[in-house]
Design a protein around this ligand. Sequence first.
Ligand SMILES: NC(=O)c1ccc[n+]([C@@H]2O[C@H](COP(=O)([O-])OP(=O)(O)OC[C@H]3O[C@@H](n4cnc5c(N)ncnc54)[C@H](OP(=O)(O)O)[C@@H]3O)[C@@H](O)[C@H]2O)c1
Length: 340
Amino acid sequence: MSETLHRKVVLNSYPDGMPKPSDFRIEESSIPEIGEGEILIRTLYIGLEPRIRLMMNPTNEENKAMRPHGAMTDIGKVIPGTILGAVVKSNNENYNTGDVVEGFLGWQNYIVTDGKPHPTNNPEGVVVCDTSLGEPVHHIGPLGAPGLTSILALKHEGKLQPEETMVITSAAGMVGSIAGQLGLLCDAWVVGLTSSDEKCKYLTDKLNFDVAINYKTANVEEEIKRACPDGVDYFFDNTGGDLADIIKKQLSKAGRVTRCGIIANYNKTGWNQSEQFSGQFSVHNHVDEYSEARKTISDLLRDDALEYELKEFDGLDSAPDAFIQLLEGKNIGKWVIKVS
Ligand SMILES: NC(=O)c1ccc[n+]([C@@H]2O[C@H](COP(=O)([O-])OP(=O)(O)OC[C@H]3O[C@@H](n4cnc5c(N)ncnc54)[C@H](OP(=O)(O)O)[C@@H]3O)[C@@H](O)[C@H]2O)c1
């Protein structure tokens, strides 16, 4: 379906804690024209990512050091986010009409861009996807930033040996579920934490995790001791907060930690972001390894050695509600908005 209007989701108000639908609004205008060096992209999918919540806050003392190149959004501006799209017009020799591309470009159905990287949030710029590696939508899931984060964090920080223990928070999410399966492929003993029995069942029954712990109902300290009596060799932390503190106390002598995300804080104020993000793993520091990592993940998907859940929501208007539900912990795997 090709639409006749440019439609975008913009920030209507700064959220106070968990975002509300009224913090977003849809704006419509005519489809923009491209200038010299630019392309017009028709969005196919938007990938929902928890970190967008942090970008919806006003710039203040807590976060200004994290924004050396300015805020990614503000009142009336488009909500940022990763998209998969098709080039429909091109004045740029790097892109041809019909190319399938991926980039950090925002919640909108049409986008004009020059494809260049953003210095803090998108070091690769708009990438032409190699569709021989898998279905196009994989490029905002396992072949995109979430999958690359899992595989490159394991490579650089996990360095798992057979029979080592690995513990993952937000284990049923996109990054966590891929990281855990990669741990299993290293013959590690893999323990996942998540917030419901349904999600625990997904980890053990579908992904073959050795242990899944419902951190909302279990005594986490005791359950981690039971699952990893000799300590945790590798902690892949997606959430930070109190949960992470309990697990970090049980690291083995050789224990390593990947500080991947701080979801527990994303809806909160009163924490120093640059301090807490300092020393965190960043997939952006490994752009030169993306191509090899994408090939490895593609091979694993093709051999059915990796699996992931994908849920599609229909239409741009569904993005705010779906995003709120993601932050509420309703997702398993990757949630995407099918735009056109
Ligand atoms: N460092 C990097 O380069 C890099 C790159 C990409 C992503 N990340 C980070 O990786 C993490 C995972 O990303 P993802 O895209 O796969 O998202 P995700 O894990 O699917 O995120 C949503 C999940 O977060 C969990 N969650 C929400 N609020 C929470 C809270 N207060 N405490 C604990 N858990 C909470 C919920 O899972 P439960 O049901 O398990 O609570 C929810 O289903 C995020 O922190 C993201 O920012 C880092």
